[in-house]
Design a protein around this ligand. Structure first.
Ligand SMILES: [Zn+2]
Length: 381
């Protein structure tokens, strides 16, 4: 066992329900898990001491939505989009071809680099989806690799219909629900479907999600990225842990979310990178909907893994305060993963603590683009 005390904390954001913030505080972690939170003057001794220098300390970010197992890049597609070409889901297929052609080591090297970059920006809990293999073997491989770095793995065989099934969508949905699910479920905690006019219909998604649930997986859904597509109602009906994007919502969608345990996960880096209107976080919070903010880091619609930038965009463009945005990026993400052991700083928390070169969490939005994360302490799977 090794213990470390993080002392001299000016502002400690803990996200306990009655008390989100403490001042002049300290935290003790043992083997990466929080064991004590209290006043700095009362801090017990530990094997090591980290000085927060009077600055702010926040929970490790929970990035509940990413796609990090892939090869190649789509910088040319991004340049074309910035020159005026619209975003379409079909670009995913070019990443599928590159990913299938890559070796395990190539995929692993890319994946571990991306995970290290995320941690350097304060992310200590990371969900990672498959979805660039789209064969039984390639989807199972992606999830095996993802499992090497996180327990929050998601089977996304239903990302797009691969080119070889373009004339027989039904056969591909059968494969996803059958042999592919059987090969992937042992490596996955979740099943997800991309509902979009360029991907899967609500009826196809229902079949795939129910099959995943029968295989013991929790449910997540991509819906409402480019249009109000009926996916939110399906996610709520099936009790999905999270419905992600939620950029285009009907009033009925908002009401349904407010009456449910399904989290609305907002992905503002996608709107930034595709030059689209942002989701309305204020409308959701005012309606009583639980929200999360995540990156959706992927090679196509957004290749940023920066939770601080996602948070800043939410503050600047989506009508929430810095504290509301930070909550959505930490405890909200934890809720979207049905986790109570990350996203907060309370005894037993496994998500680590993040020391900022800033006196207040608000600086994450105030000093946008500046690397304020000085050190990440703790955080264990
Ligand atoms: Zn996604």
């Amino acid at each position: 066992m090794s213990s470390v005390v993080v002392a001299n904390i000016g502002e400690l954001v803990i996200f306990e329900p009655e008390r989100p913030i403490r001042h002049d505080a300290a935290v003790v972690l043992v083997d990466g898990v929080v064991q004590w939170v209290g006043d700095d003057a009362d801090a017990p001794p530990a094997d090591a001491r980290v000085d927060a220098r009077g600055g702010a300390v926040i929970p490790g970010f929970v990035d509940s939505h990413s796609h990090l197992v892939f090869a190649g890049d789509r910088a040319a597609e991004f340049e074309a989009r910035m020159a005026g070409r619209p975003y379409m889901a079909g670009g995913i297929r070019s990443t599928v071809a590159a990913t299938r052609a890559a070796s395990d080591d190539e995929l692993r090297t890319r994946l571990t680099t991306l995970v290290a970059q995320a941690r350097a920006q304060g992310t200590t809990t990371l969900e990672i989806k498959s979805g660039y293999g789209l064969t039984v073997a390639d989807e199972a491989r992606a999830l095996r690799l993802a499992r090497e770095v996180t327990d929050e793995t998601t089977f996304l065989g239903a990302h797009v219909v691969p080119a070889e099934y373009a004339s027989d969508r039904g056969a591909y949905v059968d494969l996803v629900c059958g042999d592919m699910l059987a090969a992937c479920a042992p490596h996955a905690r979740w099943v997800d479907v991309f509902i979009d006019s360029g991907a899967f219909t609500v009826d196809e998604a229902r079949r795939i999600l129910l099959a995943g649930r029968d295989a013991g997986l929790g449910l997540r859904v991509h819906a409402g990225q480019l249009a109000a597509d009926g996916g939110v109602a399906l996610a709520v009906e099936l009790g999905a842990a999270s419905v992600d994007h939620c950029t285009h919502l009907t009033d009925a969608d908002v009401d349904a979310l407010a009456d449910s345990s399904t989290v609305a996960t907002l992905l503002p880096l996608v709107e930034f990178s595709t030059r689209q209107p942002y989701p309305d976080a204020r409308r959701l919070l005012d309606a009583g909907v639980a929200i999360a903010i995540a990156t959706d880091c992927n090679p196509g619609s957004n290749f940023s893994s920066s939770m601080p930038l996602a948070l800043a965009l939410a503050v600047r463009e989506m009508g929430v305060t810095p504290l509301e945005a930070l909550a959505a990026a930490t405890v909200g993400g934890a809720r979207a993963l049905r986790r109570s052991d990350v996203g907060q700083i309370t005894v037993g928390s496994r998500g680590g603590v993040v020391l900022l070169d800033a006196p207040s969490h608000a600086w994450l939005a105030y000093r946008v683009g500046v690397p304020l994360v000085r050190e990440v302490v703790g955080g264990v799977r």
